[in-house]
Design a protein around this ligand. Structure first.
Ligand SMILES: N=CN[C@@H](CCC(=O)O)C(=O)O
Length: 434
């Protein structure tokens, strides 16, 4: 049994003082407030670990390298493809280890990795068919973050368009082949396997239910949905449905489905997503970076949708920035303040259901022991009310991170990986060298 004593902790009923948290076998056993100091002391404010509901680890190598030409989402995608073409299982492992270390340092304790770079050049399978997924699993394990690998079905370059040269690396040829390969992956205590449909552009309509059926009921299924208006236009031209409508028509919406981005939605789309109790994962820092637009976060929550956040392209890895952007972007769109309560924002930042760890996301007996302690005496946090932390703190204010009862970040430094920044610099420079 390990005992943590928190100067302050954000519990389900609000922020409490002098909180003792007892942990055994990676889970929280008991929580009590107003206790005497004992065990490992966590000064500052302790919160549940953040859930990163959407990541493409390799995009991290694009950070700070896409600003020379103005371009569009689609020209950015060309550069992203040129990066994808350079990776192999060894280089992907090394890069991803640094990326996941950055995530843990920022307070994320689980990541849902939306993984579609499956095969070698020209689409040739690796001798071990899940070599790329295994590289990600190992990188997450070595960085100490929980992972749900959302193995992604990607079969087409657009509606009715065959995959191009790079996209062949993403494609298994059919949903059946995709499902056979995914079934070979084995889970462990920190690693789960879910599924994803890349988008209604990349999976033909008749394959949608096959992907849905192949993913076990208790594992998440994600899809990129209506991030760009062009997707809606192409979908409506081909199928006479919005992307959300197409999913509704094929029975793919539901509690285990998470719509990533969900930016350009109709009132009816919002109703379908809400009525089906689907999730929506907003990735505001990437959506800004790519010029996607501002999705209807408040309306989705009001309709009954589970709201979460993701770092997506990892142009920014900062759970505080991602979470407060739900409110701040909604203020810009609505011209109103106070769109979300602090508790609603915390719930979105720690939404582990979509990330594949539904037992986590709260500091309460029975939950996984994922804790993040934020310093309240930095230049950013000094003088704030504890419940205002999501509006004031940054990733740099994270001092301690505990994942499944194990300390992975101590005094703001990663315990398992020395200087992840050196690792990232070396790998990213090597990738862009040829
Ligand atoms: N944020 C967007 N990510 C997408 C972009 C490509 C696409 O939608 O076709 C991705 O990585 O797959």
């Amino acid at each position: 049994m390990t005992t943590y004593w928190c100067e302050r902790a954000w519990l389900p009923d609000g922020v409490a003082d002098a909180v003792r948290i007892e942990v055994a076998d990676g889970r929280i056993v008991s929580v009590a407030a107003n206790t005497a100091r004992t065990g490992t002391v966590l000064n500052g404010l302790t919160m549940p670990g953040f859930a990163n509901g959407h990541s493409h680890a390799f995009h991290r190598a694009l950070r700070g390298r896409t600003h020379h030409e103005r371009g569009t989402f689609w020209t950015w995608r060309e550069r992203m493809y040129s990066l994808a073409a350079r990776l192999d299982p060894d280089s992907y492992y090394r890069l991803a280890r640094g990326v996941y270390a950055e995530m843990v340092l920022a307070g994320y304790t689980s990541v849902a990795e939306f993984h579609y770079l499956h095969h070698g050049p020209g689409g040739t399978p690796y001798a071990s068919p899940n070599a790329m997924g295994d590289a990600l699993r190992q990188a997450a394990r070595d960085a100490g973050i929980r992972m749900t690998l959302l193995d992604t079905c990607y079969l087409a370059g657009g509606i009715g368009v065959p995959p191009d040269e790079v996209q062949q690396r993403f494609s298994d040829g059919s949903a059946e082949n995709w499902a056979e390969r995914v079934a070979l992956m084995k889970e462990d205590d920190q690693f789960r396997v879910g599924g994803a449909i890349h988008s209604v552009r990349a999976v033909p309509e008749y394959e949608l239910p096959k992907v849905d059926d192949a993913v076990p009921e208790d594992r998440p299924l994600h899809i990129h949905l209506s991030e760009q208006r062009a997707e809606n236009e192409q979908c409506e031209a081909a199928y006479r449905w919005t992307p959300t409508g197409l999913l509704w028509d094929y029975g793919v919406l539901g509690e285990r489905l998470t719509a990533v981005h969900a930016t350009h939605l109709t009132e009816q789309d919002i109703k379908w997503l809400g009525d089906s109790r689907s999730g929506a994962c907003f990735c505001p820092t990437t959506e800004r970076d790519l010029g996607d637009g501002i999705g209807p976060a408040r309306s989705l929550l009001d309709a009954g949708v589970r709201l979460g956040i993701g770092s997506d392209s990892n142009a920014v890895v900062d759970a505080f920035e991602e979470t407060r952007a739900l409110e701040l972007d909604d203020r810009l769109a609505s011209e109103e303040r106070g769109r979300f309560t602090a508790d609603e924002l915390l719930a979105a930042g720690t939404e582990h259901v979509s990330a594949g760890w539904p037992e986590n996301g709260t500091i309460a007996a029975g939950a996984g022991a994922d804790l993040v302690t934020v310093a309240m005496d930095t230049v950013r946090t000094a003088g704030i009310e504890p419940s205002g932390v999501l509006f004031a703190a940054a990733a740099a204010d994270v001092r301690t991170v505990v994942v499944a009862g194990r300390e992975v970040v101590r005094d703001g430094a990663h315990v398992l990986i020395e200087r992840p920044e050196t690792l990232l610099a070396k790998e990213i420079e090597a990738l862009w060298q040829f």
